[in-house]
Design a binder for this molecule. Structure first.
Ligand code: NAD
Length: 364
């Protein structure tokens, strides 16, 4: 099967779906590749490296003819969907829950689409779990941005000029991104606490050397291991408890998400008002509306001296390793769908069936 790797077209997207190393490995498994010119350059991978790995580096016009599959990071535009031949396999973050119109467009075109978000989060599918790989990068980057914006040092320092107290960092939501943010803040020397509504998380937070903040709110965990949405009463209780604790913090990193729902509002404007000037909030839930009432998705703002970072592209801001890890996830999925380089779709299989968001009938 010939696989096309386009240069991403999403605004500010620096990642690429396959890196040269992944191309080389898949080439030995029987795949051939057309990589669009400069597809990897923003992530630090040159056309020469793709050629050395065995790919053809081609113009946009030469990319799709003959390709049985297209692998990308972000979803394609309507024009890009119109260029795909019916029956083409498409792999990428296709936002099936937040962009049903985009999925309908793929279905109408007869594209056999697999959404990275829809891969079941089972042990068997772990190598394909791009939500986790990209959340790991985003959690790390969130802490690095917070440390950069904060006018204070993170670690405890004892110097001839006096002692510097360590920064106090709170991480709300301790899933994949939150745990990585906690680990990174600990490595930089901050005093870290974490909170999550899933009770199982306490142990994971503590094993990273952070304190678990007890807010007196415990939520339910769904079968897939995700948090269930809190009741309005619990939400109000959580907000009130946080309003008391947040003014003591120098940095708050929020990552709380409920799949397919708006992000829970954890930090009301009143809590931001009580923070010290210079404090920093990094809101990883910005794309789903934000965990902080004052977050503006996509940008960084200052409110009463508090910096609130609402970037929605944190993984893309660390594009080399984000691409490398994503490429491993995509490679694992490609090998699952086309084990010997030839498509062999088995819709009895829970990974294939779970990830397929359109065009299943085209393959019948
Ligand atoms: P996520 O991005 O959906 O949410 C981030 C975190 O926010 C979660 O930990 C969630 O409990 C928390 N949260 C939701 N509402 C909250 C609130 N009101 N206050 C505080 N926290 C709140 O989750 P994720 O990081 O993708 O992972 C969720 C779970 O899935 C984790 O248990 C993770 O270990 C599990 N997981 C399993 C596998 C696997 O088995 N292969 C892979 C990845 C993740």
């Amino acid at each position: 099967m010939r696989v096309a790797v386009p240069k991403e077209t999403g605004a500010g997207e620096r990642r690429v779906a396959l890196v040269p190393d992944a191309v080389g490995k898949l080439a030995s498994a029987g795949f051939t590749f057309a990589v669009e010119r400069d597809a990897g350059i923003a992530a630090g991978f040159t056309d020469d490296e793709y050629v050395a790995a065995g790919a053809d580096v081609v113009s946009r016009a030469e990319l799709l003819p003959g390709a049985g599959a297209v692998v990308r990071v972000g979803r394609p535009t309507a024009d890009e969907v119109a260029e795909l031949d019916p029956g083409t396999v498409l792999i990428g973050f296709l936002a099936p829950l937040s962009d049903p119109g985009g999925i309908e467009r793929l279905a109408a075109r007869g594209v056999v689409a697999f959404a990275m978000e829809s891969i079941p989060r089972t042990t068997r599918a772990q190598a394909m779990d791009a939500l986790s790989s990209q959340s790991t990068v985003a959690g790390y980057k969130a802490t690095i941005i917070a440390a950069d914006r904060l006018p204070r040092l993170f670690p405890l320092l004892m110097t001839a000029a006096g002692t510097v107290a360590p920064a106090r960092v709170l991480v709300l939501g301790a899933g994949v991104a939150g745990l990585q943010a906690i680990a990174t803040a600990r490595r930089l020397g901050a005093v870290v606490s974490g909170f999550d509504v899933r009770p199982a998380v306490r142990e994971q937070v503590e094993s990273l050397g952070a304190a678990f903040l007890d807010l007196g709110v415990t939520g339910a965990e769904t079968e897939g291991g995700y948090a269930a949405e809190l009741s309005p009463e619990q939400q109000a209780q959580q907000q009130a408890a946080l309003e008391e604790r947040i003014p003591d913090m120098d940095v708050v990193i929020t990552t709380a998400l409920i799949p397919g729902r708006p992000a829970p509002k954890l930090i009301p404007a009143a809590a931001v008002e009580r923070m010290r000037p210079g404090s920093v909030i990094v809101d990883l839930a910005a794309e789903a509306g934000g965990n902080c009432e004052l977050t503006e998705p996509g940008v960084e703002v200052e409110r009463g001296g508090v910096t609130i970072v609402g970037f929605t592209d944190l993984a893309s801001r660390m594009p080399y390793h984000a691409s490398q890890l994503y490429a491993r996830n995509v490679s694992a999925l490609l090998l699952h769908l086309a084990p010997a380089g030839e498509l062999a779709l088995d819709f009895e299989d829970e990974i294939t069936a779970g990830a397929c968001v359109s065009g299943r009938e085209v393959t019948a």
